[in-house]
Ligand binder design. Structure first.
Ligand code: NIG
Ligand code: FE
Length: 417
């Protein structure tokens, strides 16, 4: 299939974009893409491709923009219920960490999720995965973390794998029993940390080997934060996970600067996420590493807060910056990467080109999949989106409306109505 008459083909070629290099879209005006099966075979100006491949079946892009499908590298997709009541409480003056300390917050979703039957939980999660795809996300990382006990955490991992098998949204799983201190261990956080290190991580490893031949190991993540896991507890968990062979991620500096970003850099984590209260020293450590800084602007926005990730500082220091939704029921129920881009342009002061690169090739790097997705280049998986507009800057400029006309996932064309 040869897709032609693309006004602007954003290839995002050339790999992840560090520091001031961010925003190289690799635009081909009047471009075309040839795909066969689930793979991109050729990319270039349409005149060239039509001459070279005259007999190929064709699709007219009607002069619209095409770019790689969005990669959302931080979501908490599996949960039951909602927290609308807490949203109202926060607007009335209670803080997120106060509500968590009082047994609400993540713990209230843990209770709802533990009680939810597998099929029901699958259906609720699947609905959100469908919404993501409709808004142009073709791959999403998704975390467990609303179980906080082995069986429930493994059930959530299973849901993610089953959803990935079902498609079309591709899911890259993360094991997150360290999302909060389990309710049974409220007075003994060290005891829960030990349980994670000594029992849950080795059990997850065994479970994975038994169920998952062929897929790489999931990420292991920790919520390193006041009221969740301290820096020392986070270090124990991530070190143990690394020793078992798991790739790493961390939630760092969402509310307080505990040093999680430096820890991520030191341990070679794939990404450090949130980074709102990150110190200049921690930014320098991140920038000197290959750990991707993932900004989640929907989270402060969702919490009606005014501090956001210092994206400019991260770029000035030479860091790798990516964007994600953080889709979760507490702080940011948003499946839409177009909205993240619009927000990033305003609150992180990124240009549309920078935000698009941060939501495609750099977010693919944040989940260590930039060899396969995140750009439109020969040999890569055919994951692309066709917009309803003819200038890419409408991403960022406009918000609240879906600008995706068609999603192509592994070569399969899915019209968005
Ligand atoms: O990334 N910070 C920890 N996890 C989520 C919030 C989860 C929740 O509140 O349910 C986050 O913001
Ligand atoms: Fe998160």
């Amino acid at each position: 299939m040869l897709i032609h008459n693309i006004s602007q083909l954003l290839t995002l070629n050339g790999g992840p974009q560090r520091g001031k290099d961010l925003g190289r879209l690799g635009i081909i005006e009047q471009g075309a893409v040839l795909m066969r099966g689930d793979t991109i075979v050729a990319v270039g100006p349409q005149d060239e491709l039509i001459t070279k491949y005259p007999d190929e079946q064709r699709m007219d892009a009607n002069g619209k923009v095409m770019l790689p499908g969005f990669v959302d590298p931080h979501t908490h997709l599996v949960w039951a219920g909602d927290r609308a009541v807490e949203f109202e409480m926060r607007l009335e003056g209670r803080t997120y960490l106060e509500i968590l300390a009082a047994g609400g917050g993540i713990i209230s979703t843990v209770k709802a999720t533990r009680q939810c039957e597998y099929d029901d939980l699958y259906a609720q999660t699947r609905a959100r995965a469908r919404t993501m795809l409709r808004y142009g996300t073709t791959t999403a990382e998704a975390k467990t973390g609303y179980g906080l006990e082995l069986k429930s955490e493994l059930d959530q991992l299973k849901i993610l794998l089953d959803l990935d098998d079902e498609g079309p949204l591709e899911i890259i799983p993360t094991f997150l029993p360290a999302h909060a201190i389990a309710p049974e261990y409220q007075t003994d956080p060290d005891g829960y940390t030990r349980l994670i290190c000594e029992k849950m991580l080795p059990a997850a490893y065994e479970w994975w080997l038994k169920h998952e031949t062929g897929r790489p190991l999931p990420f292991v993540d920790v919520f390193c934060e006041t009221g969740a896991f301290s820096l020392e507890q986070s270090r124990c968990i991530l070190t143990r996970a690394r020793d078992l062979g798991f790739p790493l991620k961390i939630h760092a500096d969402e509310f307080d600067n505990l040093g999680g970003a430096q820890l991520a850099a030191e341990l070679g984590a794939a990404s450090a996420d949130h980074l709102v209260k990150t110190s200049s020293e921690d930014i320098a450590a991140l920038a000197a590493s290959d750990t991707v800084a993932v900004a989640l602007p929907c989270t402060p926005f969702g919490l009606a807060e005014t501090h956001y990730t210092p994206a400019k500082e991260i770029l000035d220091a030479g860091g790798l910056l990516a964007l994600a939704t953080d889709c979760n029921p507490g702080t940011a129920w948003c499946e839409n990467m177009q909205f993240v881009i619009a927000l990033a342009c305003r609150v992180l002061k990124l240009t549309p080109a920078q935000a698009i690169a941060a939501a495609t090739i750099n977010s693919a790097a944040a989940i260590q999949r930039d060899d396969r997705i995140g750009s439109i280049e020969p040999g890569k998986q055919a994951d692309m989106i066709l917009l309803t507009v003819n200038d890419y800057r409408h991403l960022g400029y406009r918000f609240g409306e879906n600008l995706v006309n068609m999603v192509i996932k592994k070569g399969r064309m899915i019209p968005i109505v």
